[in-house]
Design a protein around this ligand. Structure first.
Ligand code: CP
Ligand code: NVA
Length: 306
């Protein structure tokens, strides 16, 4: 949990978004914008970042690797068949060995408990690159994107109303807390049995938010500035859950006026989102994907005090 510091301090790790205070998150977004504008002087010279990935990734892996390289550091990718983790060596041993060599560990693991164990045994900062429970790096890019959209009409991030439509999954859990920390009004439409869990809602409330919960998309999107969806079947899950999502597809009918469309990607076109909506002028998914890099660069600079 965060402290309401006036002078924001950074946590040692970023495992969940609620480790950031509202002030620290604001500073991170400001620094991300400065990086994007080419105004950042911080460097990661001679720093090595281990990238431990148990699941596939296009955006997270590449934006971290390229982002570290741009800042003068060195990313080293350790996929599931590259290291002993998952093939007999325990997490705690992996954590203690890697800590001797690298300055940060970025990890995409199946189990959030495994990530917590990794962080407990590591002597260097650990960053969650997605687990079954959380995707805080995605939330950073989402918030920067919403801030940029708000700025186009002379507004602030906390003037924004966002609707989440679909599964109450890892991306949604981090988003509800990120919105609470930044004053974004969030409306969440999920089918019965697939809502955002009580812990995430409690974390959002602790951060000063009150997500409005709906069981159908139409009411949630009414008046929203942006609509956000994600896959209905996350990596490692069964497709048995699919029938529950009938009626939750985001198409142009849910994007009234100039309502923007967000999606963390990869997208299931024709499933949770229509091709027409994703390719429309209202879609900001490429801007959102692009924002993964400056936000993660800012995060690494803050974590390493660079
Ligand atoms: N949004 C996201 O995390 O994408 P990848 O799975 O491609 O990293
Ligand atoms: N909820 C998705 C996000 C992918 C970036 C998953 O976990 O597969």
């Amino acid at each position: 949990m965060y402290d309401n510091d006036t002078e924001p301090t950074f946590p040692t790790n970023l495992l969940t978004i609620d480790q950031l205070s509202p002030a620290a998150l604001q500073r991170l977004l400001n620094r991300s914008a400065a990086i994007k504008a080419g105004e950042e002087a911080g460097r990661l010279t001679d720093r090595t970042v281990a990238m431990v990935f148990e699941k596939p990734s296009t955006r997270t892996r590449t934006s971290f690797e390229a982002g570290v390289t741009q800042l003068g550091g060195h990313p080293t990718f350790l996929g599931q068949d590259d290291i002993h983790l998952g093939h007999g060596e325990p997490i705690k041993d992996t954590a203690r060995a890697l800590s001797q060599y690298v300055d940060t560990i970025v990890a995409r693991l199946h189990s959030h408990d495994d990530l917590t164990e990794l962080a407990a045994y590591a002597d260097v900062p650990v960053v969650n690159a997605l687990t079954d429970e959380a995707h805080p790096c995605q939330t950073l890019a989402d918030l920067l994107t919403l801030r940029e959209i708000a700025a186009e009409s002379g507004e602030q991030l906390d003037d924004t109303t966002l609707a989440w439509v679909g599964d109450g999954n890892n991306v949604a859990r981090s988003l509800v807390v990120g919105c609470a920390l930044t004053g974004v009004e969030l409306r969440v439409a999920t089918p019965a049995g697939y809502g955002v869990d009580d812990d995430a809602i409690a974390a959002a409330r602790a951060a000063g938010g009150e997500p409005a919960l709906f069981d159908a998309p139409e009411a949630a999107v009414a008046g929203a500035d942006a609509v956000y969806t994600d896959v209905w079947v996350s990596m490692g899950e069964s497709e048995d859950k699919l029938p529950a999502f009938d009626g939750f597809q985001v198409g142009k009918q849910l994007l009234a006026g100039d309502t923007k469309l967000l999606h963390c990607l990869p997208a299931g076109r024709g499933r949770e989102v229509t091709d027409g909506a994703l390719e429309s002028d209202q879609s900001v998914v490429w801007q959102q994907a692009g924002n993964r890099m400056p936000t993660q660069q800012a995060l690494l600079l803050e974590l390493l005090g660079a």
